[in-house]
Design a protein around this ligand. Structure first.
Ligand SMILES: C[S@@+](CC[C@H](N)C(=O)[O-])C[C@H]1O[C@@H](n2cnc3c(N)ncnc32)[C@H](O)[C@@H]1O
Length: 233
């Protein structure tokens, strides 16, 4: 492994922009997110009153699901192409209402353009991991700020021991540029979280639940470990 002290965060954004402008992305949400939303919000009578933000929403597979389920949804992503694709899909499927229950914006989620105490839940489906540690910490501070008291945070994060996490250029402990294999192969920045680190990051949250998923691909040559995290503030 090589070491590298400086990595341009803009390069990371360019990386995602190139991905979304050149190939199709998944259309559907992961089942862990569906379970989290079902447990917390399916019983609510007026779902429009529940506001959910996705940080790093990409082309919107999770936004699409949440809008279809009747929640008020916001999403932010650094890639303009991704946000455009998310909007186009909602429009094509008649899911854009008046007044809008969905708000999609291009931007960096380390500084969220929403007021304090705005959301009942904030979700991160493998977007925080694509940042350096200091930016991840800033983003968690922003998540805390925009959540209503008692609001919930849900995250799916790549974990240490995932194939590729010991390849590429080390930017800082557990943060790699361009892993050469595994689910994050080629990513401009990939942070592989440890259990202790998540506990520390979420030390201001209550009811922190951290579960670990393990799956394999390529006849078990590729090992994929993910943390499924939920917490409330
Ligand atoms: C692996 S994709 C996941 C997209 C989406 N959450 C999904 O489940 O399909 C990571 C996404 O996070 C976005 N992202 C990463 N860091 C970001 C940041 N600091 N600000 C805004 N978007 C960011 C990328 O542009 C990309 O769309």
């Amino acid at each position: 492994m090589n070491t590298m002290n400086n990595i341009d965060t803009e390069a990371a954004n360019d990386y995602w922009e190139k991905i979304f402008s050149s190939r199709n992305w998944g259309c559907y949400p992961p089942e862990e997110l569906i379970r989290f939303v079902a447990r917390n919000f399916y019983a609510v009578e007026d779902r429009k009153k529940i506001r959910i933000l996705e940080i790093g929403c990409g082309p919107g597979p999770n936004i699409w699901y949440l809008v279809r389920e009747g929640f008020s949804v916001a999403g932010i992503d650094g890639s303009a192409s991704a946000i455009q694709q998310a909007k186009s899909r909602l429009l094509a499927e008649g899911l854009v209402s008046n007044p809008p229950l969905v708000e999609l914006t291009v931007g960096n989620f380390i500084s969220l353009p929403w007021q304090n105490n705005t959301f009942d839940a904030v979700i991160d489906i493998e977007a925080l991991y694509a940042n350096k540690k200091t930016d991840i910490e800033k983003s968690i501070d922003e998540v805390k700020r925009v959540l209503k008291p008692g609001g919930a945070f849900f995250s799916k994060m790549f974990a240490d021991q995932t194939t590729g996490s010991d390849t590429g250029k080390v930017i800082e402990p557990n943060t790699i540029s361009r892993p050469d294999s595994g689910p994050c192969a080629g990513n401009a920045i990939a942070h592989f979280f440890t259990f202790d680190e998540i506990n520390l990051l979420l030390s201001d949250f209550k009811k922190v639940v951290i579960n670990r998923l393990h799956r394999t691909e390529q006849n078990s040559d590729m090992q994929i470990y993910e943390w499924i995290v939920s917490a409330s503030i």
